[in-house]
Ligand binder design. Structure first.
Ligand code: CDP
Ligand code: MG
Length: 153
């Protein structure tokens, strides 16, 4: 089992797409382990996007991500980090494949609806930025036996 950080970015909240995007992860069989609505501060944006702070386009990204509240969530499941990234699709909505969230719902490079951690190190780092341990709620999903065969669990 893996956990990954998903952000439903301000455009996703403003466009009333939170339910539809979360539904995709739920339908796939992933477990929601934590979730909250919050307004990202410039400081939090710089921590989360540390690898991009020096880029020329970073000020535009910071303005976007701090402009309005977003929803942060932890999604859990087998190979969740890779599978969620693939479900989200390529960064630019105009290049993302149809069938992906960005490919189906997005048409912008910046306002691309969803963030998903890009590897195990990023997932651990980003989850710790957005959630305290007592905000993460482990539970036994009762439908697990109908999502995965006994020898796959
Ligand atoms: O989110 P992803 O990992 O697919 O893309 P990234 O290259 O790590 O960039 C992080 C985020 O910065 C993107 O999701 C876009 O919202 C934003 N971005 C931007 O505003 N302008 C760019 N030229 C590239 C990315
Ligand atoms: Mg990235």
């Amino acid at each position: 089992m893996e956990r990954t950080l998903v952000l439903l970015k301000p455009d996703c909240v403003q466009r009333r797409l939170v339910g539809r995007v979360l539904a995709r992860f739920e339908e796939k069989g992933f477990n929601l382990m934590a979730m909250k609505l919050l307004r990202v501060t410039p400081e939090l944006a710089r921590r989360h996007y540390a690898e991009h702070v020096q880029k020329g386009w970073y000020p535009h990204l910071e303005a976007f991500i701090t402009a309005s509240p977003l929803v942060a969530a932890i999604v859990e499941g087998p190979e969740a980090i890779r599978v969620v990234r693939e479900m989200v699709g390529a960064t630019n909505g105009l290049k993302a494949a149809p069938g992906t969230i960005r490919g189906d719902l997005g048409s912008s490079h910046q306002m691309n609806l969803v963030h998903a951690s890009d590897g195990p190190e990023a997932a651990a780092r980003e989850i710790a930025i957005f959630f305290k341990p007592d905000e993460i709620h482990a539970y036994e999903p009762t439908l697990e036996c109908w999502f995965h065969a006994a020898d796959e669990r």
